[in-house]
Design a protein around this ligand. Structure first.
Ligand code: ASP
Length: 426
């Protein structure tokens, strides 16, 4: 997002439809978008809490722990009728707009379900040809209109930094004492998908507690340390080697998750991808990871050595991705057609060589035509991707509760009413 990818310049990405008004607005945003992450993150907060969630760099390990705790409380409360009633009452006075102008299944539905859990009424615009954008309205006018009717805007757009610009628009409105609402980035171009990274981390947090058989391929840490010989294995996300496979260059979920993982001590990132300009890691991400001082290995095969063993045997968690064909240029199509991409698909044999406790994640959708994860792997205890998608609903509910200042009420109720009946096995 903060980097210099050609497709990220808003003025280019928005196209010639409304040049005068959009471009005038955007000239101001370009300068603000170019500021260091630290400075921008501060502007996206209010009173030490998130005001908008736009990029992964806003999510510190401490905040990720807080959100995971709220998500755990929401999922436990949701088990009982009394807990459900409490949650549904909590934000029943709030309304959310889901403005999704790019295809989405899981993100859209899990945000909808998260709103329903908390009693938030939601409405949607998914096809701009059915809104006033078809009559020439700018996206910024649309957003401002949504903010007139709703208390929160969750947006997905093919334009890389539109959500970030909309957050600045909202801040400017607030400064002039006008109506302003939080913006959540639910996927921006090939750039960032911070709430996917949030649910990926939540899934890893639960997996690496080694507590619950539903969350961990092997849920007994003592067994892992003893019988399986992983003497140094620790709980938590730190001191682990994370593998990413597939379309690293254009996978926005990879970009967001890699930045979050880089904040944990002792983490190492292994990227398994063909040496192709569209698929390999982009320079801006490489540079940002280098600035964090996180060791990064870029290899073109699961057989490449990591610590003297093949990568597939060395990793503690594997994040698979599909090839993002929708971003192909004609030249990419031609050169990718000549490339052998079969080494970037999982097979039963590869999975059998992974560590017994290593979860396999995928942001989904998986591509049935390419087959990066064949269905035969779904029954392996390491296959965590369906669980991961469900985790998205809980942690997105936690995020909404945080943004609308309801997380404190959830915590108080949870401790008062439910602590005694704590069940984590949902
Ligand atoms: N669903 C994810 C996204 O929106 C991953 C993907 O589409 O490949 O980025």
């Amino acid at each position: 997002m903060q980097g210099g990818s050609e497709s990220t310049r808003l003025t280019e990405a928005l196209g010639p439809l409304h040049p005068t008004r959009d471009e005038l607005d955007l000239q101001a945003y370009e300068a603000r978008l170019a500021r260091p992450v630290r400075v921008k993150a501060a502007e996206l907060q209010r009173d030490g809490r998130l005001r908008h969630l736009i990029f992964a760099g806003q999510l510190s390990p401490a905040l990720l722990d807080d959100l995971a705790e709220t998500a755990d409380q929401v999922r436990v409360l949701s088990k009982s009728r009394a807990g459900q009633d409490f949650l549904r009452d909590l934000l029943a006075h709030r309304r959310a707009m889901l403005y999704f102008t790019q295809p989405s299944t899981r993100t859209f539905l899990s945000f909808t379900a998260a709103c329903q859990i908390l009693g938030i009424t939601c409405n949607e615009v998914r096809d701009p040809s059915t809104s006033s954008e078809a009559k020439g309205e700018t996206r910024f006018d649309s957003i401002r209109m949504f903010s007139s009717y709703f208390d929160l805007i969750i947006m997905r757009s093919p334009v890389a930094r539109l959500a970030e610009s909309c957050a600045y628009l909202m801040n400017d409105l607030a400064r002039s004492a006008q109506r302003s609402v939080p913006i959540v980035n639910a996927g921006s171009g090939a750039d960032e998908h911070p709430t996917q990274a949030l649910l990926d981390v939540y899934t890893l947090q639960r997996t690496f507690k080694f507590e619950n058989p539903a969350d961990s391929p092997v849920s007994r840490l003592d067994e892992l340390r003893g019988r399986y010989g992983h003497a140094d294995l620790s709980t938590g996300l730190a001191h682990k080697t994370y593998g990413f496979c597939g379309d690293i260059g254009r996978g926005r979920t990879v970009r967001s998750l890699a930045m979050l993982l880089a904040d944990y001590p002792g983490v190492r990132l292994v990227f398994v991808t063909p040496d192709h300009p569209a698929l390999r890691m982009r320079d801006d991400l490489r540079q940002r990871l280098a600035e964090r001082g996180v060791p990064v290995l870029e290899v073109d095969s699961f057989e490449a050595p990591v610590d003297g063993v093949p990568a597939i045997e060395a990793i503690d968690a594997l994040y698979m991705t599909r090839v993002q064909r929708e971003h192909d240029t004609p030249a990419d199509q031609e050169s990718l057609a000549r490339l052998d991409l079969s080494p970037y698909k999982l097979t039963r044999d590869l999975v059998a060589r992974m560590k017994a406790y290593a979860p396999i994640l995928h942001p989904f959708p998986r591509d049935q035509h390419f087959g990066e994860i064949p269905a035969e792997i779904d029954s392996d205890p390491r296959a965590m991707y369906f669980r991961q998608a469900r985790n998205g609903m809980w942690v997105r509910a936690a995020l909404l509760a945080h943004l609308l200042d309801a997380d404190g009420a959830i915590e108080r109720y949870f401790h008062r009413e439910f602590r005694e009946h704590h069940i984590y096995s949902s």
